[in-house]
Design a protein. Structure first.
Length: 310
């Protein structure tokens, strides 16, 4: 069993159920990954680190975490801020666009809300997973404190895993984003980027470009995703090109990469080689995009997961 902590933001997710009706759920990139990992590999201890308010909505989210068996030890509660909200719009191809209400979200205060006792407990984590969004939402002081936490965890032997997940609108400037990304690359033991992250921010448009760029950093595993195209895994200087299982019908691409991250990581820490981990991760990602919303209902997940490739 591994102890894995995911750090980032969860929000109330609104998806259309009609012209004037919406379905409600909770979602966020690293939160989605934490849920899918725990559902697929329940033997591992999964925690979520973030900030919420002391309002009814935040209470409901904590109840959902309990239902998903995701540990709340590292959740801080703000006296003045609440959870963020976003609404998903999807086009006829399943591509999504978002409207956000998150400027004063409690997740932005995550480091201020973290106690010394919680920080000490984090050192027991085997793995700490964070993303570019985890960094982007933080004000400069909170981000600086977050990087100090990363250094502390690395010194304590925790494996750091980073998905750049670059979203330009969350950053003050490209230069600010580059500096934060580079600092994360330098600290992380695993990198799990999409090619588009590097294309948008660094002008690197091919897998070879990304591999060459990342060679300057000390990582144990580099997992490069390309949507529905093959995944490239680099370990020990060797590159594996792994096929992915395609989706039969794309309804909503929200959370495909998050599901992949969670299941790939869960499979790897459960002793599977990258080939099997990629097979399982891409299988679930393909099923996720066939349903609306970031996290599929538990009974549907169970039905799909039970049919995973042998």
């Amino acid at each position: 069993m591994k102890k894995i902590v995911f750090a980032g933001e969860a929000m109330l997710e609104l998806t259309r159920a009609g012209s004037e009706q919406f379905n409600r759920a909770f979602a966020g990139d690293v939160y989605n990954s934490s849920v899918y990992l725990k559902r697929a590999f329940p033997e591992h201890e999964i925690g979520f680190m973030s900030g919420v308010g002391k309002d009814t909505l935040s209470d409901q989210f904590l109840d959902v975490l309990a239902t998903e068996q995701v540990d709340t030890t590292f959740m801080g509660r703000s006296d003045v801020s609440n959870m963020g909200i976003y609404m998903v719009n999807t086009d006829e191809h399943g591509e999504r666009s978002f409207l956000y209400w998150r400027n004063s979200a409690a997740a932005k205060e995550v480091m201020s809300l973290l106690s010394d006792e919680q920080t000490e407990s984090l050192k027991a984590a085997d793995i700490f997973f964070f993303s570019g969004i985890s960094l982007a939402i933080l004000p400069s002081g909170e981000r600086a404190a977050f990087f100090e936490l990363l250094k502390t965890l690395k010194d304590s032997g925790t494996t750091l895993i980073f998905d750049p997940n670059y979203r330009a609108r969350l950053w003050g400037s490209e230069e600010e984003a580059k500096q934060a990304m580079i600092a994360a690359f330098e600290l992380s033991d695993w990198l799990m980027p999409g090619v588009e992250d590097f294309a948008d921010l660094f002008g690197l448009n091919t897998v070879d470009d990304v591999v060459e760029y990342c060679a300057q950093y000390q990582f144990d595993e580099l997992v490069i995703k390309q949507g529905s195209d093959s995944v490239h895994v680099v370990r020990g200087g060797e590159t594996q090109v792994l096929p992915v299982i395609p989706s039969e019908k794309v309804v909503d691409t929200t959370s495909a990469g998050d599901a992949f991250n969670g299941v790939y990581l869960g499979a790897r820490v459960s002793g599977n080689e990258p080939e099997r981990a990629c097979q399982l991760a891409s299988y679930l990602a393909a099923r996720v995009v066939e349903t609306p919303g970031a996290i599929m209902k538990r009974d549907l997940f169970t039905a799909k997961w039970d049919k995973r490739p042998a």
